[in-house]
Design a protein around this ligand. Structure first.
Ligand SMILES: Cc1cc2nc3c(=O)[nH]c(=O)nc-3n(C[C@H](O)[C@H](O)[C@H](O)COP(=O)(O)O)c2cc1C
Length: 364
């Protein structure tokens, strides 16, 4: 497996110390920069990152210019904007069985046939190839998928194009009353194995929180060879316009309070799964980054906060994380990662219940 450190000159490159731009080369600043980078260094899915902050898959990582901005601002890695399974299958003309096609909405097939641009697949491969050459941080390609049907061979092509890792945004809305939880969980497992069997680069699975047995599913997936779980995907949601009486899209960007859900689950899963955990959803400030790391996240992904504050906000987050670590005398992220997780607790569910009982009774 290639790692980010295989890049020549990676650590000889001068980046601005966040907050000290424009950068002037001086011994002090070089020393300061090296100390800063040493402190924030993180290993994620076997790759060495200069910061645990990752720009999550979104429009900001859809082209080379966007990715370059993320790298310049100090992102530890980027997840490219996803390519859809339906688009890959459509363009590669893979055979899709009737059973597999049932996972797709007919409108999805119609949409991909009518509206996807020509050569979207080769454009994506080119993006991976060129981005990889342009930036020194790890580039994680992303596929939005609902099955292991027609597309996993494409994973090999992403690897050949130079992707350091893959993140699969896998989502099956459990809306079919005839389908059991076990069947749905099996689908995620099949997907992970199908992709794992084809590539040597690490594979992360980005999941939603709709699982009846989330801890068990997560552990099983980690045993199936998934190198990281990204928790949790924030779904495209539908709202209702009460004036026009039509369906409309719900809020696209997250709110700061939404970090509570990944915080709980990362804290519960840390130490109980055999893979890394990457937190996503609701990360809007450095305090939240720190909380998620204390809960046990290996990396923390940011998206909405960058849409709201600009990509340079990564610099501020890195700097504030660094300052907090200095104040608390932590020399590395590993030194405090997971300190406040439930890893040592025999029965975290019972502990949470007691907290709720105390709150409910007005004791606290
Ligand atoms: C405009 C936009 C586009 C997104 N596109 C993708 C995508 O292509 N693939 C994906 O896995 N997630 C996508 N996401 C979800 C983000 O990666 C992230 O998981 C989610 O926004 C929650 O993080 P946040 O609270 O920091 O925004 C997108 C989010 C936004 C706001």
């Amino acid at each position: 497996m290639r790692s980010a450190t295989s890049y020549p000159n990676r650590h000889e490159t001068f980046h601005p110390i966040p907050g000290l731009t424009p950068f002037r080369v001086s011994f002090e600043r070089r020393w300061g920069y090296l100390s800063f980078m040493k402190t924030l260094k993180t290993t994620y899915m076997g790759m060495e990152l200069d910061s645990p902050l990752i720009v999550g898959s979104c429009g900001l990582t859809r082209n080379i210019e966007g990715v370059e901005k993320c790298a310049q601002a100090g992102a530890g890695a980027v997840v490219l904007k996803s390519i859809f399974e339906e688009v890959i299958a459509h363009e590669t003309e893979s055979e899709i069985s009737a059973a597999e096609e049932s996972l797709w909405h007919p409108e999805a097939l119609q949409y991909t046939r009518a509206y996807t641009r020509e050569n979207e697949v080769s454009r994506y491969l080119k993006l991976v190839d060129e981005t990889r050459k342009k930036v020194e941080i790890p580039v994680i390609a992303s596929v939005h998928c609902v099955s292991a049907a027609a597309w996993p061979d494409f994973a090999k092509r992403l690897e050949s194009a130079g992707a350091h890792a893959l993140e699969l945004n896998a989502f099956v809305l459990p809306s079919d009353p005839d389908r059991t939880a076990g069947q749905i969980e099996q689908l995620y497992g099949d997907l992970a194995k199908a992709v794992r069997d084809r590539v040597d680069i690490p594979v992360a699975l980005k999941l939603g929180s709709y699982f009846s047995g989330l801890a068990n599913t997560a552990r099983q997936l980690s045993k199936d060879g998934v190198a990281a779980l990204t928790l949790f995907n924030r779904f495209f949601s539908t709202d209702i316009d009460i004036d026009s009486m039509e369906l409309k899209k719900g809020p696209v960007l997250s709110d700061p309070g939404e970090f509570i859900l990944p915080l709980r689950w990362i804290s519960l899963l840390h130490g109980r799964v055999d893979c890394d955990l990457s937190a996503t959803t609701g990360v809007h400030n450095a305090a939240t980054v720190i909380k998620l790391l204390l809960a046990g996240a290996t990396t923390v992904q940011v998206v909405s906060a960058l849409y709201k504050n600009g990509v340079d906000y990564i610099t501020t987050l890195n700097q504030q994380l660094f300052t907090w670590m200095e104040e608390h005398e932590f020399e590395t992220v590993d030194a405090f990662r997971g300190l406040l997780s439930h890893a040592e607790s025999d029965n975290p569910a019972a502990w949470e219940r007691v907290q709720f009982m105390k709150f409910s009774a007005g004791v606290e």
